[in-house]
Design a protein around this ligand. Structure first.
Ligand code: LER
Ligand code: MN
Length: 276
């Protein structure tokens, strides 16, 4: 039996109590929180989760230009490490096992002139952040993003290579089917190759809508996850089909991603899980 979670990122601007209530009401085991430590009160989140009998599966860290482990600017790199530590504290405070981590800012499409130097910075920052996360009992999981969101890690095999450069016991990799649909040869094979190192999963259809609303075939994907005995959560990370999804949400668009898709996503994937 898979464990299910829904990423609160898409409930843009909503009160966390409404988000937790909706996710629990739709039968999820857990919620994935967006990684803005200052915007969340850990005691309140814990209380709400206890009340609604769900857990926090994961924290979706938000890597902006000011939170870039691979930046040539040492103050930006320092800020990124501080951010990782703050997210780790948030995770520990809400009893969450794993936080997502990435070596660069999201939407940064060009690297530093010296790739070796840049990689060294990214490894150093992730090592420091990962050690801190370990000290507060939190795992880190490295996410690959598609080529239109980063130039750095686009496929799981690259995340595994990066992971092996770290000296950490609490590190794994994760695959998001939206990104994988663009940059992997086979989503199922990439999950199989990650095997025991796969510590988190984001599910979305080809267009980042709820599974069933795009053209991905989830049967071989779920079969691969079952075959590798994946023990983490399946977290739906859905966002409106727009170059600026948060702008769309801020203007009141994407309402189907709230009640309708929260319900539909778990229903559709559970119906495939039954057939495995
Ligand atoms: C985060 O999980 C992700 O997949 C990226 O697209 C950044 O939002
Ligand atoms: Mn993702």
């Amino acid at each position: 039996m898979f464990k299910y979670s829904y990423n609160s990122l898409v409930y843009y601007g909503e009160n966390i109590s409404d988000s937790i209530k909706r996710v629990a009401g739709c039968g999820y085991d857990a919620i994935e929180l967006y990684g803005e430590p200052d915007a969340l009160d850990t005691k309140e989140v814990r209380k709400l989760c206890e009340e609604h009998n769900i857990g926090v599966s994961s924290i979706c860290s938000l890597y902006t230009d000011e939170r870039d482990l691979a930046s040539p600017d040492p103050s930006v790199r320092k800020n990124a490490v501080t951010y990782i530590k703050q997210v780790a504290d948030l995770a520990a405070g809400v009893v969450c096992p794993v936080m997502i981590i990435a070596p660069t800012a999201c939407m940064k499409l060009k690297g530093w002139k010296d790739p070796d130097e840049e990689r060294k910075w990214a490894v150093e920052g992730m090592q420091e952040g990962g050690e801190y996360a370990n000290s507060v009992g939190v795992g880190i999981t490295i996410e690959a993003w598609n080529r239109y969101e980063t130039y750095f890690l686009n496929r799981l095999e690259q995340c595994l290579e990066f992971m092996r450069e770290l000296d950490l016991e609490n590190v794994g990799v994760m695959g998001d089917t939206f990104h994988m649909n663009i940059d992997e040869v086979s989503i199922a094979d990439a999950y199989r190759q990650a095997g025991k190192h796969l510590t988190h999963v984001h599910l979305a259809d080809s267009n980042r809508a709820a599974p069933g609303k795009g053209h991905l075939d989830f049967m071989p994907i779920l079969k691969a996850l079952k075959d590798i005995d994946y023990q983490g959560h399946l977290a739906f990370e859905l966002l409106p089909g727009s170059a600026d999804p948060f702008g769309t949400l801020a203007k009141g668009g994407g309402r189907e991603y709230f009640d309708e898709y929260t319900k539909l996503a778990i229903e559709n994937i559970k119906s495939i899980e039954k057939e495995l």
